[in-house]
Design a protein around this ligand. Sequence first.
Ligand SMILES: [Fe+2]
Length: 508
Amino acid sequence: MKRRKFVQLAATGMGAALCPPLLSASNVDPWKQSFDASLKTHPELLGFKGIQDEFLESPDIHFEGSFPTALNGVLYRNGPTRHEIGDFRYRHWFDGDGMVHSFHLHEGRLSHRGKMIQTHKYREERAAGRAMYAGFGSHPPEARNVTHADQLNTANISVLVHHGELLALWEAGSAHIIDEKTLETRGIKNWSSEAKGLPFSAHPRVEPDGTLWNFGYASSFGALVLWHISPKGHLLRNGVIPIERMGMPHDFIVTEKHIVIMLPPFHFEPKPGDSFLEAHHWHADRATQLLIVDKNDFTQYRYAELPAQWVFHFGNGWEDQHGIIHFDAPRAADPSVMTEFFRGIMNGKFDTLPEGSIHHRYRIDTRTGIATEEALTGDSLTTDFPVIDHRVSTRPYQQVVCLGSDRAYGKPSPLFDSVLRLNVQSGNYDIYTYPDHQIPEEHLFVPAPRSAPESDGWIIGTSLDYLSKQTKLNVFRSESLADGPIAVATLPYALPLGLHGKFNPSSS
Ligand SMILES: [Fe+2]
């Protein structure tokens, strides 16, 4: 592909949405007032208040319980953190500026550090003391026009450690390079001069040998970008596939032979003044498309179809000797959790139960193009944030660790309350439910040294105790998850609820 075309792609995506002001800079934001009033009666909302700190540090915290001596490393996490600037409060959870965290675990001690990611947007707005750019779903007053998606990049979704480099990831723009020790932002990652600024999404898939695959979408241009990166971090190939109806894919599947990208019928149909989210429209009468691409030749692809559905995240995928692709995912009927719940919650709205996602198992026959799906669990158990043992990525697997909430028990909450270890073949699962005042965030599987894949290991994850206003780091033995955490460390502060992380066992 010619450089001119790459530059055009880089200039699209979220950058295309130009937003009008909705309130003057001198007005007090009614969303901020409404949220603060609701927080007094719904303390669960603490996780969505946001903080204004530039840097957080707790150097030496003792783990209560029996910390496993073989568990050493760093949990890196990312998520929306600054939700208000000046008098303006963001209109969507996903608009919060990203903070990268490092949780160092070593010999029963925890040290935590958090630092705001120095994106172009964050630096400009901090200097000005006001919101200056439209985001995923927000219209700040007097928002500037933009010409490139990285002007809006909040770097707030996930992290990746690849070939010794820590990256903070967003959905529609470039990755940011982060110093592993200090968490200083070193700048934007340029994989090559031709690929500069191309969208690099937040859920790259890494094979057991370190080979990295990713996609990015450029909605205004109607194209998907594909990435193939070597274990040593060298860009091997980019590909561009034209998409007639872009559907806001957030994650994808890689098998030994194929890349599969699910395109739900949440189509990009912008009108002047739309935010990026508002530019998407749900069509329940249209099919979900599954784009199946040959890993060795990005020009070779075909489509399969499923009924309309919404999937944020996939657990894993693999391909058998008969050409059947197998994968799993929490499946929702529509994207209302994103279009309504994560918007309303920024206004303090906490009285609706969002559409839940039910864990499903999928198959695609690559010979016929026929795709099928079936529910793995009962329809009262909602799940999301699935993760795997990284050593089975793109290979046959049985186990997914995910968050969940069983709405058949107690008072159904709009937020997750449990962590599960789910067998994707049998549908059986172990579950631990946190105390009422704790909200778990994504939990990861950490294999024990020299263990066989999906066998001995730990499940680690953070939870927000909104009553004590403290974030905890919880460690479980994988085989006895239901017994509860074996070790817990408590930070002296509450972190805003975040999104995704990675554990790096070699950095302690
Ligand atoms: Fe995600």
